[in-house]
Design a protein around this ligand. Structure first.
Ligand SMILES: *Cc1c(COP(=O)(O)O)cnc(C)c1O
Length: 403
């Protein structure tokens, strides 16, 4: 029997995008320039925000944001335990302390009660992550932190959602700044890249300076004219600018992102309808329009590695998003947070697997994934929602749902 191959991810770039890159090659300047400025204007229009800034990764933009906000030693930033490690890393890089909080057992998004309990006199920012494509309720989070102590900055991690919304509102509305990733597996990608949006024009200007070595005149401004302009440095910065060579890959994807979201939603809905109902899934709140970035399932932690091997043997690419950050070596050694303090994140992170989800996934490929997963979990989670093995949280409600 020949095995069907189902890669974990496929981008949707085409020869039209190659043409856009070739057009940049015909110009004299490959770094951050005219193309990037046009993409920033396109992003502003899409989100209806005052300012947008391209960068060469989510991580560099987040690092620059913390530097621009003056967050550092002695400060705390609240971060969910289940997210990519970059969220905590950037906080460490500026010398501040990432305070890891648990996630909601149904949506796997940052738990607001845990955020409230974690707010201290040192809290400078909260970093909600719109995990798997579903946005957090940003209006409620804003009310919660403002009621506690006004002035706490909300930094939205939008790496998993460009095109999602909650209650009709997109990212950047209630957060002080929202950060996107255009890394190679994201819904909108240029290989490596990112963007920041905000209605705070002055904050974006400061971040823009930090990602350009702290220079007073950006390299773009300096290349616009043939007459030399002196520059000064007003503070240490990083190199976080996105070259036009990569920015050229973004306009067509952004123009099509809402159409592509419907394709992703169709695939997401079929997984929900046809996977074994005993498999625990992330629940979508009715107010959320998800970007359907990833399709996470949860299996018994003791079975996960075996399940991944079997999926790989069946030609199916999968990945893990994510192990709880407190279990990763650096954070484990430095903070020694007991699993009991992050019970949902610990168990979810130990049994999570992400299945392939992208617009060009064929019907037959998805059938192969569904049949293989259902065969593998058969007998392990037998369709009884409540009886999931090793999910040792008696109060956790049933997660699996069918649409
Ligand atoms: C990918 C990702 C990041 C980091 O993005 P880069 O552009 O690779 O720096 C941050 N947060 C989450 C949730 C991610 O998935």
């Amino acid at each position: 029997m020949s095995t069907m191959h189902v890669p974990f991810y496929r981008h949707g770039l085409s020869s039209a995008d190659a043409g856009a890159v070739a057009a940049v090659l015909d110009t004299s300047f490959l770094s951050a320039g005219e193309v990037g400025r046009l993409v920033e204007a396109q992003i502003c229009r899409y989100f209806g925000v005052e300012a947008a800034l391209l960068g060469n990764s989510w991580t560099n933009l987040a690092h620059a944001t913390l530097l621009a906000l003056g967050i550092g030693r002695g400060d705390e930033v609240i971060v969910p335990a289940v997210t990519f490690v970059a969220c905590a890393n950037v906080v460490e890089l500026v010398g501040a302390t990432p305070v890891l909080v648990d996630v909601d057992p149904e949506t796997l998004l940052i738990d607001f009660a845990a955020v409230e309990a974690a707010i201290s006199g040192r809290t400078r920012a909260v970093m909600p992550v719109h995990l798997y494509g579903q946005m957090c309720d940003m209006r409620a989070l804003r009310e919660l932190v403002d009621a506690h102590r006004p002035g706490i900055v909300l930094i939205e991690d939008c790496a998993h959602t460009f095109e999602g919304s909650f209650d009709g509102e997109r990212p950047g509305r209630h957060g002080d700044i929202a950060l996107f990733s255009f890394y190679g597996t994201k819904n909108v990608t240029c290989g490596e890249g990112g963007a920041a949006i905000s209605n705070d024009v002055e904050l974006i200007a400061r971040v823009s300076k930090v990602i350009c070595h702290g220079l007073s005149a950006s390299s773009f401004d300096r290349t616009r004219t043939t007459s030399y302009r002196h520059w000064d440095c007003s503070g240490p910065g990083v190199q976080g600018k996105l070259p036009d060579l990569l920015a050229a890959l973004l306009p067509r994807q952004i123009a099509q992102v809402d159409a592509m979201r419907l394709e992703r939603q169709r695939i997401d809905a079929r997984y929900r309808a046809e996977l074994d109902p005993g498999i625990r899934l992330a629940r979508m709140r009715p107010e959320a329009v998800s970007a359907c970035h990833l399709f996470p399932i949860h299996v018994a932690p003791a079975d996960r590695d075996q399940t991944i091997l079997a999926l790989n043997d069946a030609g199916i690419g999968v990945t893990i998003n994510f192990k709880s950050i407190h279990r990763l070596q650096y954070y484990r050694d430095k903070y020694r947070i007991p699993d009991a303090r992050l019970p949902v994140g610990s168990v979810w992170g130990d049994g999570q697997i992400s299945l392939p989800l992208y617009p060009s996934l064929t019907y037959a490929q998805q059938s192969h994934v569904i049949e293989t997963v259902n065969r593998l979990v058969c007998g392990r989670s037998t369709g009884a929602h409540a009886g999931l093995p090793s999910w040792s949280l008696p109060t956790v409600p049933v997660l699996s749902e069918r649409v």
